[in-house]
Design a protein around this ligand. Structure first.
Ligand code: HCA
Length: 393
């Protein structure tokens, strides 16, 4: 395992001990992203790969939505994966019955608890909503399910009410209480505070479900873990409603770098990200952390020279750790060392002055164009006024 202790601040800042599990909700919240639909076979494949990564819980869907959704969840539970299978359920026993038909391990019973949601969405009083929720929790418990009680829009819910609800959920034998930051309003400081306050109220584990509307989902999820949250929610590539959820790949790498959590098979992350990009049609930007095309790409002469000598100079973690590969890009900023390295890999053995000549040509050429491909580089080498030994195809 790579040693991150070169960063003394990881030690000086006294990183708190964490005890976590990951619940990936790609197949449910991820699929709620506008325009995303996974076919049943794609859902199966994603579930299998999530299991290989080692996530403890897979939220496999919202089976009451349709017969096809229900069958897809059933197919996943039939796989008998090590990961526990969970589904979303509104606060109505009928949803739990459908979950039971799917033979899942766990159910997430959710109810909106903020004034905004109660008034404009549920058109219910708080007392009415809460009654439905706890009756459903009770029903699910009586039928042997592991139950998460999730307060939707928890982070905009009156704090005293929220604490009361979580205490009541525990009384009703819920196994977890979940803080849903449904519209991503939190920051790491407020998240840490909220989790530590809820921890004083209940003895059951706390889940944190973050959205990325302020670009802080990952930071908030980590803050929740450091404040004592047990179950952390993610989606592959961070897909999900609006700006999405906490990206699985970013969370697992951050857990490894900051908390020495190395039990997840992170080498599966890049292939899994590619699979989900192709199934969802949601492509990742080049500069996306961990799985973006540029996550391990280097062009600048100074960077490439250093990386070729010691990758850790400009790579926090190795591409191999996340199932990716380093790429050296030839372009305007390419230096002699990079050119020597690349041309050697292509089979050429150019002398120092030939490399300098080539570097000039590359610079001139790439000022008009984007990065230079290997074929273009080969052409430039052959255009040089030097004798080169053709390396073959
Ligand atoms: C939704 C519900 C939810 C539930 C989160 C949870 C949310 O809006 O679709 O399971 O804790 O973000 O509030 O995803």
């Amino acid at each position: 395992m790579q040693d991150y202790s070169v960063n003394q601040f990881l030690k000086l800042a006294k990183t708190p001990k964490i005890d976590i599990e990951v619940c990936d909700v790609t197949l449910r919240d991820g699929e709620q992203m506008p325009g995303v639909v996974f076919r049943a076979d794609e859902k199966l494949e994603i579930a299998i790969r999530l299991n290989e990564v080692g996530v403890e819980i897979i939220e496999a869907g919202f089976p009451v939505v349709s017969e096809a959704e229900k069958r897809a969840v059933q197919d996943i539970t039939n796989l008998g994966l090590d990961s526990k299978i969970s589904v979303l359920s509104r606060s109505v026993p009928k949803d739990v019955e459908v979950a039971l038909d799917c033979d899942v391990d766990m159910v997430s019973v959710f109810i909106a608890t903020s004034e905004l949601h109660l008034k404009y969405k549920l058109h219910m009083t708080c007392a009415e909503a809460v009654k439905c929720a706890f009756e459903t929790v009770e029903f699910a418990k009586d039928h042997g399910l592991i139950v998460r009680f999730s307060a939707e829009d928890a982070t905009r819910t009156d704090f005293d009410l929220l604490k009361r609800l979580y205490r009541k959920a525990e009384e009703y034998r819920a196994d977890y209480v979940s803080i849903a930051d449904t519209v991503g309003i939190m920051n790491p400081r407020t998240t840490g505070y909220l989790v530590s306050e809820i921890k004083k109220e209940v003895d059951i584990p706390i889940c944190m479900h973050c959205h990325d509307d302020l670009g802080m989902a990952l930071a908030n999820t980590l803050a929740a873990a450091e404040a004592g949250a047990k179950q952390l929610h993610t989606t592959i590539n961070g897909i999900g409603e609006r700006s999405g959820n906490t990206p699985l790949e970013e969370l697992l790498v951050a857990l490894r770098v900051h908390h020495d959590v190395d039990r997840y098979d992170t080498t599966k992350l890049t292939p899994l990200s590619k699979l989900v990009q192709s199934c969802s049609g949601v492509m990742m930007p080049k500069n996306k952390a961990v799985v973006g095309e540029n996550a391990f790409a280097h062009e600048s002469g100074i960077h490439v020279a250093a990386v070729l000598e010691e990758p850790r100079t400009y790579e926090l973690y190795s591409p191999e750790m996340v199932g990716s590969a380093r790429r050296i890009i030839i372009g305007k900023h390419t230096g002699a060392k990079a050119l020597k390295y690349i041309t050697k890999k292509m089979g050429y053995d150019l002398k120092k002055d030939e490399i300098c000549l080539l570097a000039e040509k590359v610079k001139r050429c790439s000022e008009f164009k984007r990065p230079i491909s290997c074929d273009e580089l080969r052409r430039l080498i052959h255009d040089l006024d030097i004798e080169v030994v053709y390396p073959g195809p």
